[in-house]
Design a protein around this ligand. Structure first.
Ligand SMILES: [Zn+2]
Ligand SMILES: [Zn+2]
Length: 300
């Protein structure tokens, strides 16, 4: 299960309703911030999420709308005397900008909280046991951008009718079977395969920040339960989208539909359009599309 809280859903210019980009993903007791636009610390407070157990930031890229909230957040965490180290994951160029930004404010290596920097390269970012995060490169102007795949494994559950039919009593023997180990009941061997149902419950969430194209990204997004991706422009402004290295709502929806995505969530919204126009362009192609608003909370 993944719980998403959209903390900021604007493009590079914020509006009265939309803050700069940030997304909080919570899973198995862990909290991960994806991007940290200006004002994210206040969005964390306003959403009710707060600052506790916040120790990991994934950065899609180093454009200022996605990273300027880091110094303010760190300043506040320092005042709260949070001792947890913060790990920031990003491409090498992204981390270079963040390191220079923090050094410019506080001196090299002297941020208000302990910070570790972990450079991304395609593949696994972390294995948290109950879920994994992988990253993959995304093309967006001259940045070294990354997208992220959050995945929780499908699990096989004991089938109570089969347990009853085979006379497996309640208690530790069932635990053995659930753990995949064979047992013996009244002299009869029972194999886990006899009582376990098909895999179920696995979830796949893909988060892609700014992107100039979806070419080459299909294998990372295929069959996702949810895709969060930018849609800064509408199709009528496709040439402008090209020039600025962004997607249109139609491109994002076509990409999601072609890759069997369960639900599409569009973000990085430009103030030049009405929400209804953006949503209409996407739902014409993929009915199960929505537009993220600040403080939206979505669980998959
Ligand atoms: Zn952006
Ligand atoms: Zn950007």
């Amino acid at each position: 299960m993944f719980a998403l809280t959209f903390l900021g859903t604007s493009a590079s210019v914020p509006s009265a309703e939309r803050n700069h980009p940030a997304l909080l993903v919570e899973a198995a007791g862990q909290r991960i911030l994806v991007d940290c636009g200006e004002g994210t610390q206040r969005q964390l407070l306003r959403s009710g999420a707060g600052f506790r157990r916040l120790d990991r930031i994934l950065l899609t890229h180093a454009h200022l709308d996605h990273v300027l909230g880091i110094p303010g957040l760190f300043s506040t965490l320092g005042l709260r005397q949070t001792s947890d180290a913060m790990t920031i994951h990003g491409g090498e160029g992204t981390l270079d900008l963040v390191i220079r930004m923090l050094a410019g404010l506080w001196g090299a290596g002297r941020a208000p909280i302990p910070v570790e920097f972990a450079a991304l390269s395609e593949g696994q970012v972390i294995d948290a046991g109950d879920f994994t995060i992988d990253c993959f490169p995304v093309r967006h102007r001259d940045t070294d951008s990354f997208g992220f795949v959050f995945q929780s494994p499908a699990r096989r559950h004991l089938q109570s009718d089969r347990l009853a039919a085979l006379g497996v009593p309640d208690g530790p023997l069932r635990g053995e079977l659930a753990a995949g180990r064979p047992i013996v009941v009244d002299g009869r061997a029972i194999d886990p395969e006899d009582v376990l149902g098909p895999p179920s419950g696995g979830k796949k969430l893909v988060v892609i920040g700014d992107a100039e194209t979806t070419d080459g990204l299909s294998k990372h997004v295929a069959d996702a339960d949810m895709l969060v991706i930018e849609a800064t422009f509408l199709e009528r402004d496709a040439p402008t989208a090209r020039n600025y290295g962004h997607l249109t709502a139609a491109e994002a929806a076509s990409f999601a539909a072609a890759n069997n995505v369960g639900q599409l969530v569009l973000t990085h919204m430009s103030g030049r359009y009405e929400d209804e126009e953006i949503l209409a362009e996407a739902t014409r192609i993929l009915p199960n599309s929505r537009i993220a608003a600040d403080f939206d909370h979505v669980v998959i």
